[in-house]
Structures are given as structure tokens and as C-alpha cells.
Design a protein around this ligand. Structure first.
Ligand code: KIV
Length: 233
């Protein structure tokens, strides 16, 4: 699973064989220049979800319920229906809220959970799940979101050993982002993977310096234009 926010990159991810696209609320940081994921709203999410669906008509697309869009079970269900109408195959819901998950499932919509570090509400982006108390809480939450009807859940920024414990405690797939190699799958923010992010999280290594490559390409073209070398006659 990788995040996608527009039609071009959605199509490339599908061409590359990536099986699930996540229209993450990381949209706030990666594409919209906002400081926190909690700043993005339903209208912006819908706009980008539609673009991803246009670029990847056959892909499995998951859309993140943004902060506040799942504040009550009724709201969570209504906004999930809006996502389904805009092309989502499933919605992702941050935190352990069994009543909200059940309300969405009652509409026949698949729900992907999200446990561990919860960027929508976290005061710090540090790793969580290090203490015995936090570990036990995350394991209990994992069981609760499975019981409520999630088809899978993301585990963000927890120790690898806890990723293993959680994965072995449930029967649905776990998807790691900074949660070690023992989860069933992995997800990364596209900008982190491609070296486009201004700030890289500690668990995501860029595979290419796309920011540098794009900057150099812009700069070379700009130099040629300034020197009247472009276009060549
Ligand atoms: O919004 C997002 O990109 C996410 C990932 C961190 C999984 O939720």
C-alpha cells in the first residue's frame, strides 16, 4: 500500500504493481502545505480521491476519514458513504472507536483501522508503544477494531517487536508504517518513499532523491531560458 493524491501518481503506482492506494490525510502535509493532518477536511479529501480514482479506475482505493469527519457514528457512516460515492473501496479510521466502525460496516463499507501513533490527535510524532501499559493498550485496541469489523489496520510508529505481537494477536492483516517487518503488509507516504518530503520520518528511507532531481531539472531549464538557449531553433 502506498499513498496517492492525484491521477498521475496513482496510475504509476498501479503500473508498478502496488495493490492498494491510500488517499491519506497526509494530503494536508504533502500536497496542501498544511502543518498538521488534522487541518484537512472532507471536501479536499473528496477532490483528491476523485483524482486518484480517475487515474486508477481498477485499483483498490482506501480513503482516510479526516479529523472530525468521524466524530460520531452517524457522521462516520455519512462521510464514508460520500467516500464510496466518490470511488473509495474502503475508508480508514484513526483510533479505536468500535461504535464508529460498526456504523460504517452497517452501510456495507469496508473499514481499515489505524492504531499506534495517531497523527490526527498526537501531541508528538515520537514512537509509541514502548511502555508495558501502552503495549497492552494497543494489543487490546487491535482486538477491539477486529471485533468491530475492520478488514485490516495500519500500525504506525511502534517498536517492531510490538508489531509482531499485535500481528500475532489478530486474524486480520496488519499494515506497518514504521512498525517493523513482521506485519502482513507495509505502507509508506509516497513523498517519503520518493524523496519529495521536506522532512523525512525516521522509519522511511527515500529510494530516490526526486526533490533534488526535479529541482535540478527546473534549474537547468531556467538557466537555458535566461541564456536564450531554449528553445533551440
Ligand atoms: O495519511 C496517511 O498517509 C496515513 C499513513 C501514515 C498510513 O494515514
Amino acid at each position: 500500500m502506498v499513498t496517492a493524491y492525484d491521477s498521475t501518481f496513482a496510475a504509476i503506482a498501479v503500473e508498478a504493481g502496488i495493490d492498494v492506494l491510500l488517499v491519506g490525510d497526509s494530503l494536508a502535509n504533502t500536497m496542501l502545505g498544511m502543518g498538521r493532518t488534522a487541518q484537512v477536511g472532507m471536501d479536499e479529501m473528496l477532490h483528491h480521491l476523485r483524482a486518484v480514482r480517475r487515474g486508477a479506475p481498477e485499483a483498490c482505493v482506501v480513503a482516510d476519514l479526516p479529523f472530525g469527519a468521524d466524530a460520531t457514528p452517524e457522521l462516520a457512516a455519512a462521510n464514508s458513504i460520500r467516500f464510496r460515492e466518490a470511488g473509495a473501496d474502503a475508508v480508514k479510521l484513526e483510533g479505536c472507536f468500535p461504535d464508529r466502525i460498526e456504523a460504517i460496516r452497517a452501510e456495507g463499507i469496508e473499514v481499515v483501522g489505524h492504531l499506534g501513533l495517531l497523527p490526527q490527535t498526537a501531541v508528538s510524532l515520537k514512537q509509541v508503544g514502548r511502555s508495558d501499559e501502552e503495549r497492552d493498550r494497543i494489543v487490546a485496541e487491535a482486538r477491539a477494531v477486529e471485533e468491530a469489523g475492520c478488514c485490516a489496520f495500519v500500525l504506525e510508529h511502534i517498536p517492531a517487536e510490538l508489531g509482531k505481537i499485535v500481528t500475532e494477536s489478530v486474524s486480520i492483516p496488519t499494515v506497518a508504517i514504521g512498525a517493523g517487518p513482521h506485519c502482513a503488509g507495509q505502507v509508506l507516504v509516497m513523498h517519503d518513499l520518493l524523496g519529495l518530503s521536506a522532512r523525512q520520518p525516521p522509519f522511511a528511507k527515500a529510494r530516490i532523491d526526486l526533490r533534488g532531481t526535479v529541482r535540478e531539472t527546473f534549474a537547468a531549464w531556467h538557466r537555458e531560458v535566461a541564456a536564450r538557449e531554449f528553445p533551440r531553433i
